[in-house]
Ligand binder design. Structure first.
Ligand code: FAD
Ligand code: UDP
Length: 380
């Protein structure tokens, strides 16, 4: 992160936001095309929502909730592996339902424990098929689940959790939201089935530091686009903040869901048997508790955990997938398309409920378009 650039005040790219979207693009433009990049973030750190840090007790925690890396794209693994080694980790989640902790995604074990049965795989399939309700056209998050597992299991595992998480009933949310969670009839209790499931060995922040350690990249933290020195000159901007904010909310605010995190360190080695326990019961105010040592493999006499309390106000963490929001986003997108010097990228810049790997893929795809439009003088 060179200082000599700042004195010239002259950049090829201003990138707003140092999360996955902004940082990957900054690295590619600098290392791949030799561009001079100014990367700003209004937070006091890099990494965006994937930021991790040692807490007061020396335990590695994720400040913005659990971030588990998984992907099916070898290209993305190859790219990120330039900046980090990996630690194998397969994510497992339990849901507290009817006073028991059972696997989610629902699988054969979940059914057997919940109902005191001994179903084999075929019988588990028949059990669910007998309860599934036919839905003519699957549009909503309720339709997806009810058509697969029926209303009773839907209410136990999905209805309350979703109402807490989104402040909406599943019937008001796009099908894509609960479709993220599959149903299984075998004993596979992994949350994801992606071909690559590993965590950055030394954490996300270390990976971002290495990504941004390039003489053509200058990073300015605690710097909001709105407060950026007028003297800073650049040819192009890539903006990864909320798109509606960029345009002064001129069509009204795009809805986002926020979270309040309660971080705690406990004077015991372990709190729960897996990294995440979900609480679908609507009477419990949090949605889930994460215990980080399961994710990181760190050994420590104490343990640090995070409770998540969804809320309407606060940092915009989740775009809310529903048709009226997609329509409002489209209006902002039309404004964005009309300003050629600014490109919108990332989860907030394109209003998409994307995982980390999808954001990396989106940034690499944008880079390829830039590269194709402009023959590279020197390539990494
Ligand atoms: P962000 O990480 O949000 O980065 C945008 C940055 O822009 C922010 O740092 C912000 O401060 C900055 N910014 C915004 N506006 C301005 C401005 N005006 N001026 C300066 N800076 C600005 N994905 C997974 O793959 N696995 C998971 O397990 C997972 N868990 C998640 C858990 C939670 C609680 C949340 C909220 C998300 C989770 N995600 C997960 C999604 C993941 O966080 C995102 O896919 C990814 O971080 C998005 O990167 P981004 O760069 O698009 O956005
Ligand atoms: N979900 C649920 N119960 C659960 C887990 C998930 O109802 O125990 C629903 C909920 O609406 C959630 C969505 O499925 O927002 C997607 O879950 P996922 O774990 O993928 O969400 P993430 O935390 O990754 O955003």
């Amino acid at each position: 992160m060179a200082d000599e650039l700042s004195s010239r005040g002259d950049y090829d790219y201003l990138i707003v936001g140092a999360g996955f979207a902004g940082s990957v693009l900054a690295e590619r433009l600098a290392a791949g095309l030799g561009k001079r990049v100014l990367l700003i973030d209004r937070r006091p750190h890099i990494g965006g929502n994937a930021y991790d840090q040692l807490d007061d007790h020396g335990i590695l925690v994720h400040r913005y909730g659990p971030h588990i890396f998984h992907t099916n794209a070898p290209r993305i693994v190859e790219y990120l592996s330039r900046f980090t080694a990996w630690r194998p980790y397969e994510h497992r989640v339990l849901a507290e339902v009817d006073g028991q902790r059972v696997p989610i995604p629902i699988n054969r074990t979940t059914l057997n424990r919940l109902y005191g049965l001994e179903l084999d795989e075929q019988q588990a399939g028949a059990f669910l098929a007998a309860r599934a309700e036919p839905v003519a056209k699957i549009r909503t998050s309720e339709d997806v689940v009810v058509s697969q597992i029926g209303r009773e299991l839907y209410e136990k595992f999905f209805r309350g959790y979703t109402r807490k998480q989104w402040g909406l009933d599943p019937a008001q949310l796009d099908r894509s939201v609960t479709a993220r969670v599959p149903t299984r009839t075998d004993d596979d209790d992994r949350y994801f089935t992606d071909s690559f499931q590993q965590m950055p060995l030394h954490g996300y922040t270390r990976m971002f530091e290495r990504m941004l350690d390039h003489p053509n990249i200058e990073v300015r933290l605690s710097t909001d686009l709105r407060q950026l020195d007028q003297q800073v000159r650049y040819r192009q901007m890539v903006y990864t903040g909320p798109i509606d904010e960029y345009f002064g909310h001129c069509y009204g605010p795009l809805p986002y869901r926020s979270l309040r995190f309660r971080h705690e360190t406990l004077d015991r080695e372990q709190l729960q048997p897996v990294a995440v326990v979900n609480y679908p019961d609507e009477q419990v105010p949090w949605t889930r508790i994460t215990e980080y040592k399961h994710l990181t493999g760190q050994r420590h006499a104490k343990t640090s955990v995070t409770y998540e309390y969804p809320c309407a106000e606060g940092e915009p963490y989740y775009p809310i997938p529903r048709p009226e929001n997609a329509a409002l986003y489209k209006r902002y997108q039309e404004l964005a398309d009309a300003i050629p010097r600014v490109t919108f990228l990332g989860r907030l810049g394109t209003y998409r409920y994307y995982n980390m790997d999808q954001v990396v893929g989106q940034a690499l795809a944008l880079y390829q378009r830039i590269e194709a439009a402009e023959p590279a003088p020197r390539r990494a």
